[in-house]
Design a protein around this ligand. Structure first.
Ligand code: HEM
Length: 539
């Protein structure tokens, strides 16, 4: 009893002491946290000028400027451009930190004015903020649009379009007497292939088919793409936004509207065809319903329900259509053009690729997609092209909250660029980094899937490119068919080492000066004629 009393008295005395100690500990922790935070600095970087910050430093090709600046300021740089805070990552180690370790913080993209005007109010996939809507669109994209089944269904389409490009190049070159603009040929190949997967010709009325194939439609989305890659001053200096200095916003609205009208007409056309098929089947159960030929992407988007059981709205469908067209066409043709450029700059590698083709496939038939895994030289050439000429040299994201990277503090809402152009030319990772040397990849095990942080042409983490499978297939197959079936050479007296490697500014960076090539058939005439009608005067 006495003991119990003593115990309860001492507990009573201890309680306020414990509260006091607890409070002091919390206070101390807070002080340490504040002190530590005040010591953790922003990453180093150029200081810039009042109001514009480093805007004038960016130059025509920001990824190249950033690569040069990184030599001075290191792999994690901070700068203000106008009122926007930017961090730029230029090493594989720091890229892994942001894209893997802190993946959750960097999963949204920065919504520029162009994006806001042209992504259907956040209803697409590529620019929608991370969250349930993005998750749904991403799952739909991966499980319904870019599937093995669809790739196999459109296998002949790809071959047909690439061989059409080969035939056109041979015909235009006219027996090797004229140079051919390869950018035009490759752009047509990539655009037609991707558009046919998106909106299959068999599903379109004459009017919709005419729209799909019209130069006007194709020009409109090239313009939309070009505008989204331009620097819009209002994004960096918000008070300039209402003034719209160069009338860019007005142009964006007008173009987006025009492109939207085209997409809507194609969408309506699909709806009519779908309704007719459903009516037919309702009237006559033996009649064909949704036959295989309807399996293009628009059809899939129209028929798959959302998580809430509703159908996707028109803006949601058009947002994804626009993503497929913008992200899936010029990226592939620009990469293929760079690959052919590098082969012409390096005739030794072109000969090696052709020798491999002759020994694995022979000259009695065209190379098929099934041959691609058995062509290690070709695979190394494509990988080396993705390394030296990534179609999208800057991966763009924005931080959702405060975080610490590489020992520095990064405030919330900071815009991030992972400079894959700089990373993939890092002399600490790659020997002879600016040289086109595909042999570096033969037997290396390094790949482009977003796991090796020194080779990230398709990005990494939650938002890595969902079209990677299609892109790899297309680029490999285009290069394989051109290398196998054409003798390619530079026009006039242009020597390989004289062919320039200048890039066009923008979100993707194709060659500035289009690649001109002299093209003659390489396979026996009976093989070439078997598939493509070469015009009689072409050879
Ligand atoms: C050579 C071809 C291509 C290259 C180099 C490329 C590269 C990229 C890169 C670097 C990203 C950003 C990744 C990141 O943030 O981590 C991306 C995103 C994206 N790509 Fe591609 N891409 C190509 C082809 C394609 C194709 C063929 C399609 C569609 C069929 C496509 C659709 C997309 C979409 C929808 C996104 C946004 C994904 C999201 O935000 O969740 N791309 N691509």
């Amino acid at each position: 009893m006495v003991l119990e009393e003593q115990h309860s008295r001492s507990t009573w005395r201890l309680q306020p002491n414990l509260t006091l100690v607890g409070g002091l500990v919390i206070l101390l922790l807070l002080i340490i946290f504040k002190w530590r935070n005040s010591r953790i600095r922003l990453p180093p970087g150029p200081r810039g000028w009042p109001v514009v910050g480093c805007l004038l430093l960016l130059g025509r090709l920001p990824h190249q400027t950033f690569a040069l600046l990184a030599k001075k300021y290191g792999p994690l740089m901070f700068m203000k451009v106008g009122s926007m805070s930017l961090v730029i990552v230029s090493s594989p180690k720091v890229a892994e930190e942001v894209l893997k370790t802190h993946n959750k913080i960097w999963t949204s993209r920065y919504a520029t004015t162009a994006v806001k005007i042209m992504n259907y109010g956040g209803k697409d996939l590529a620019f929608t903020e991370y969250g349930p809507r993005w998750r749904y669109a991403r799952r739909l994209f991966l499980t319904e649009l870019v599937t093995a089944k669809r790739f196999s269904f459109f296998q002949n389409t790809r071959k047909e379009e690439i061989l059409r490009g080969v035939a056109e190049a041979i015909n235009v070159s006219c027996g090797g007497t004229k140079p051919v603009r390869m950018d035009l040929i490759l752009s047509k190949v990539a655009t037609n292939t991707v558009l046919r997967m998106l909106m299959n010709e068999g599903n379109l009325s004459d009017e919709a088919s005419a729209i799909k194939n019209s130069a006007d439609f194709q020009q409109t989305f090239k313009e939309v793409f070009k505008l989204s890659g331009l620097v819009y001053l209002g994004d960096f200096i918000p008070w300039l936004d209402p003034l719209d200095p160069k009338g860019l916003k007005k142009r964006m609205h007008a173009l987006s509207k025009r492109h939207d009208e085209f997409l809507q007409r194609i969408l309506d056309d699909h709806k009519l065809k779908l309704e007719a098929a459903e009516r037919n089947q309702a009237q006559d159960s033996s009649a064909a319903g949704h036959d295989e030929s309807m399996q293009d992407m628009v059809y899939t988007l129209l028929t798959r329900p959302r998580d809430d059981g509703q159908h996707l709205s028109d803006p949601e469908i058009k947002g994804i259509m626009r993503n497929v067209i913008l992200a899936g066409t010029d990226t592939n043709s620009a990469t293929a053009e760079w690959a052919l450029s590098e082969l012409l700059r390096n005739p030794r590698i072109l000969q090696k690729a052709q020798a491999e083709m002759d020994s694995v496939v022979g000259r009695e038939r065209f190379v098929e997609e099934a041959d691609l895994p058995h062509l290690p030289e070709l695979n190394a050439i494509c990988k080396e092209t993705f390394r030296l000429h990534p179609a999208a040299p800057l991966i763009s994201r924005v931080s959702a909250e405060y975080c610490e990277v590489h020992g520095y503090r990064i405030p919330a809402k900071t815009r991030l660029f992972v400079n894959i152009y700089a990373i993939q030319r890092d002399p600490e990772v790659y020997d002879r980094p600016t040289e086109f040397y595909p042999e570096r990849f033969v037997g290396s095990g390094k790949d482009v899937h977003g796991v090796d942080f020194d080779l990230l042409p398709f990005g990494s983490g939650a938002r890595k490119c969902p079209g990677k499978g299609l892109a790899l297939l297309l680029v490999h197959f285009i290069i394989a068919l051109f290398v196998q079936s054409c003798e390619l050479s530079l026009p006039g007296n242009l020597r390989p080492e004289e062919l320039d490697v200048e890039e066009t500014p923008g979100a993707i960076c194709p060659r500035l000066n289009p690649l001109q090539v002299v093209v003659v058939p390489r396979l026996p005439e009976y093989v070439m004629r078997e598939v493509i009608p070469i015009e009689p005067n072409s050879t």
